[in-house]
Design a protein around this ligand. Structure first.
Ligand code: PLP
Length: 439
């Protein structure tokens, strides 16, 4: 396999450093955790492939950290965006398109009696917290260690993938008074949650969780965890907030809360849900929604204020509708599932053959590969994995044209555009990488 050379990326990175803080517009794009140096500057993407500014081609498993699930520049989505652009990109008035996407979300995720569109997952989560506080008239939030919920102040405590990758578990600039409103409990630990609720229950507005974790690898809740979480939270008079910014529409056409792996959907239904990523088809979006009585706290009906100049813009909404159209096609998820299963099994076999400890957590068309020999069910276990080995693997794969996220905590994502040839090429690249790592 050929090795990529990236002199133009290096030159652009040097230039970017002059103008853009850290040379990147999101810290997760930096290569700090994988040995440093220039990240790859891409210039084009089509289907499951990227081309960089040096004309190297890559197979993409980063998928923009989750939103890209139909491949890049899918013709149906591109046509929807073009048509939205031709009709004007921003009105500042309601549109019929917003109703269409809201209906599609409600049909797929029935706990959403009412929704509101915003511009990012961060905004969606931030607002669910405000709404929960308005509804309960309480202030504290319980979250789970390693779950990332965007970069608003409250949820940057023990915040998973991005901050952890860069060794910033608790961000500077978050006042101690705000951090003191957040109680952190290990994921999959109902006893820990019980203790937190017993201690702070009367002050807790909400328990916030990624119902299927995507931010310290892909981690399923243990059987009974979500049921117990919902029951205990309600007994304490608090609301359950699911952050489904990654998980919604990633594993099937719906949320984690409607996923077949959970036998009793009524027992795990949240009061509020935050959405983002896939529902914008690759354009900026977020949404939140939930029970009618709770959502009616939001202005103009209620006293909790939330607004947005760009919210519900026709381009993002059209792209989201088009993306969900593609995902609704029969077999879309089964194909990603089968390809991810084949890829994960081959990676495991190859690592085993070369004596490299590897634990793969796969959920349908996405998985995380942890360099360790223990299971990864919570944040501590995800931290206790070999970051140097990951960095070596990441670079060996990149040099063979396989694009992964530059962090040991991030997932691999399949799309409807990956081909069997892409999977075979990735398996061959991994075999080479593991053979070099062994030596
Ligand atoms: N919630 C989860 C679970 C996420 O993974 C992310 C981003 O990765 C966010 C919220 C924040 O979304 P955004 O980056 O769109 O603000």
């Amino acid at each position: 396999m050929s090795t990529t050379h990236r002199p133009r990326s290096e030159a652009l990175y040097a230039e970017a450093l002059q103008h853009i803080v850290g040379g990147v517009n999101s810290p997760s794009r930096s290569f700090k955790a994988v040995g440093g140096g220039a990240p790859v500057f891409m210039k084009r993407a089509q289907g499951a492939h990227f081309w960089d500014v040096d004309d190297n081609r890559y197979i993409d498993y980063l998928c923009a950290y989750g939103p890209i699930i139909t491949g890049h520049a899918h013709p149906h989505i591109t046509a929807a965006i073009s048509s939205a652009a031709a009709n004007g990109t921003l009105y500042g008035t309601p549109t019929e398109l917003e109703i269409t996407l809201a209906r599609m979300l409600k049909e797929a995720i029935p706990s959403l009696d009412k929704v509101r569109f915003v511009n990012s997952g961060t905004e969606a989560v931030m607002t669910t917290i405000r709404v929960a506080r308005a509804y309960t008239k309480r202030s504290k939030i319980i979250k789970f260690a390693g779950c990332y919920h965007g970069h608003s102040d409250l949820v940057l405590v023990a915040a998973g993938s991005g901050p952890s990758t860069l060794g910033i578990p608790d961000s500077a600039g978050v006042p101690a008074s705000i951090a003191s409103e957040v109680i952190t409990v290990p994921f999959n630990d109902l006893d820990g949650l019980r203790t937190a609720l017993d201690t702070f229950g009367g002050d807790v507005a909400a328990v916030m969780v990624e119902p299927i974790v995507g931010n310290f690898g892909m981690v399923m809740p243990e059987p009974g965890f979500l049921e117990g979480l919902c029951r205990m939270t309600r007994e304490a008079g608090a609301l359950v907030i699911y952050d489904e910014v990654i998980s919604a529409f990633r594993f099937h056409y719906g949320g984690a809360q409607t996923y077949a792996a959970f036998p009793d959907h009524a027992a795990i239904e949240p009061d509020l849900t935050a959405l983002g990523k896939i529902i914008g088809g690759g354009l900026p979006i977020g949404a939140y929604g939930g029970r009618k009585a709770v959502m009616e706290q939001v202005a103009p009906l209620g006293p909790a204020y939330q607004a947005g100049t760009m919210a519900g813009n026709p381009a993002s909404i059209s792209a989201g509708i088009a993306c969900l159209d593609v995902l609704r096609q029969p077999g879309a998820y089964d194909r990603m599932d089968a390809q991810a299963a084949a890829l994960a099994a081959a990676l495991q076999a190859s690592a085993d053959r070369h004596g490299i400890p590897l634990t793969i957590n796969r959920i349908r068309g996405s998985f995380s590969a942890h360099f360790c020999s223990h299971p990864v069910t919570n944040y501590d276990e995800a931290q206790d994995t070999d970051g140097e080995r990951f960095a070596q693997f990441f670079r060996l794969m990149l040099d063979q044209g396989i694009c992964l996220a530059p962090s040991k905590y991030e997932a691999w994502f399949l799309t409807t555009a990956h081909t069997d040839d892409d999977i075979a090429a990735t398996i061959a690249a991994a075999e080479h990488a593991f053979s070099v790592m062994k030596g």
